[in-house]
Write a protein that binds this ligand. Structure first.
Ligand code: SF4
Length: 338
């Protein structure tokens, strides 16, 4: 289901107390920010008035998403295995400090060598309502002030639905625009369309290496755009929005953690409106990759820092529960992949 479908159904009702879009926004704003242990079920996604006017809608929404299992991590995060109406599953992550990471696709076509999600390819797109429903689900469990589109899937490959969800979430500041973060491997459609939206999210760019040939191996079906050009395109958007680009870099031992890579990053990002997020690799069975030592990670971060590049060390949330992107789903569904 897409937000458009909900809007159309709302339009079809005659006794609406106000314009359907305002109802939707009011609904989102009314969701509890501090519900604590109280959990709303999917049946309560929409307020009573809407359910009374459109009884069928509640049933549709009740079946959109449900938590199949929840896996709390030691860092305050929690991974949710979220089941969709057709039985497919995606992962959402409740992040420390009031954030949620949502999925935009079941599976992913990019096939990154270090990612479990990409191993089965793309199974299907999520509708915009299914994306928003993950936020609603999260918000029923915890406060949510930030939404990052970094879960399963490449948002650029489902851009209409992702942008529709962003538009709804960002309208009237349900979520502040810079607290909506769209992550991409780097796709020209993203750079073309984001500046045109009335809600302009922050941009995260999964770079992972400065070497084009290595990037083709690590991200085999990402668009072939040279890292230098990607940085230029991202920088234009950063300057237009005044939000820094968040570069994502999964650190793989002996692959992309050399001093030479650090020097290239310094060359590419010096003077740019950028933050580098180093994410030491989270174990994926059978991937053949390893996590660099803490000393190596600290050295790389130190080199960037010395040259004035903002760098953050991040762990993939839920790492202690062996729940890197796609692993919960693969395990729960007995995926053919290891
Ligand atoms: Fe897709 Fe992201 Fe996994 Fe790459 S890391 S395969 S883009 S979900």
């Amino acid at each position: 289901m897409r937000i458009q479908d909900i809007r159309q159904r709302l339009r079809a009702g005659h006794a609406l107390p106000c314009h359907e879009e305002r109802i939707l926004r009011a609904w989102l704003q009314s969701l509890p920010l501090d519900s604590g242990p109280r959990r709303r079920s999917a049946e309560n996604f929409f307020p009573k008035e809407i359910r009374a006017i459109l009884p069928g809608l509640a049933a549709d929404l009740a079946g959109l998403v449900r938590v199949r299992s929840e896996h709390p991590g030691e860092d305050g995060s929690a991974r949710l295995l979220v089941e969709l109406a057709d039985g497919q599953c995606v992962e959402s992550v409740l992040l420390p400090r009031d954030g949620v990471c949502v999925s935009s696709q079941v599976g992913c076509a990019v096939g990154c060598a270090f990612c479990m999600t990409g191993r089965d390819g793309l199974l299907r797109q999520l509708g915009s309502a299914e994306i928003v429903a993950q936020v609603v689900l999260a918000r029923a469990l915890r406060p949510v002030k930030k939404v990052v589109f970094m879960g399963m899937g490449e948002p650029a490959h489902n851009l209409d639905n992702v942008l529709e969800a962003i538009d709804l979430l960002g309208s009237e500041n349900v979520i502040g625009h810079k607290n909506l973060v769209l992550s991409t491997v780097g796709d020209r459609r993203v750079f073309e369309r984001l500046p045109l939206g009335r809600v302009k999210p922050a941009l995260a760019l999964s770079l992972h290496t400065t070497r084009a040939e290595l990037r083709e191996q690590l991200l085999p079906r990402a668009p072939r755009i040279a890292p230098e050009e990607l940085v230029e395109l991202a920088e234009q958007y950063a300057r237009a929005t005044a939000y820094p680009v968040q570069y994502q870099w999964t650190l793989l031992d002996g692959v992309n953690d050399s001093d030479e890579e650090a020097e290239n990053i310094i060359r590419l990002l010096s003077g740019k409106y950028a933050i580098m997020n180093f994410i030491p690799f989270n174990r994926v069975e059978g991937s053949g990759f390893n996590r660099p030592s803490p000393e190596r990670v600290a050295r790389l971060a130190g080199l960037l820092h010395q040259h004035g590049i903002l760098v953050r060390l991040r762990d993939s949330a839920g790492q202690d529960i062996d729940g890197g992107c796609g692993q919960l789903r693969a395990r729960a569904l007995g995926s053919s992949t290891p």
